[in-house]
Design a protein around this ligand. Sequence first.
Ligand SMILES: [Ca+2]
Ligand SMILES: [Ca+2]
Ligand SMILES: [Ca+2]
Ligand SMILES: [Ca+2]
Length: 205
Amino acid sequence: MFNKKILASAISILTALSMMGAATFAYFSDTGTSSNNTFSTGTLDLKLSDEAVNGGTLETDQNSVTSSFGSGSLVPGSCTGNQTLTLKNTGTVPANHAEVHLANVVTDNGTAANPDIDKFLRINLLTYDTSDIISQIANSNSTSFIDLADWAASATALDNLALANLGTDHLLVMDVCLDSTAGDTLQGDSVVSTFTVDLNQDSSQ
Ligand SMILES: [Ca+2]
Ligand SMILES: [Ca+2]
Ligand SMILES: [Ca+2]
Ligand SMILES: [Ca+2]
């Protein structure tokens, strides 16, 4: 008798639980989104500026400039005076440093010169943001001083010119002299120099 009551209670409980399980419950919800999430690249944008020298024009914030350095009237012992090429990153992300490499094309008029004029174009002053950087160039030729031919012969010069901020001018200043040892065979000779500036993102470059 007692066991039957317990059994009946147990059955009624199980029945009630199964009814609860079958019942449908409603819940509120709400949704939000984060849209327009864009992933894109920034830019390095090297701009160059110079001054009006040697018959050229002043140029400002250009991708490439002409006639930044030079003179048309050098004689033994005379100099161009300080001339400036200005580097700036107008991109959207900082770079790390710039490099400046040099290539020379020599024209030897009249009596053949040996060595050629590029080896007599002595670099009298070379600074970047007022720091002397001429020691980056090794004397690798027959003249006893650092000249435009030495720079062109160096694969690593110039390097590590700090350029880590945006929209700020950095000044490369140079004074070139025709060395006083330049002889008559150099009269009327010329060099056309091309300075190639690379802006690098990382110190490993
Ligand atoms: Ca110019
Ligand atoms: Ca000559
Ligand atoms: Ca030299
Ligand atoms: Ca480098």
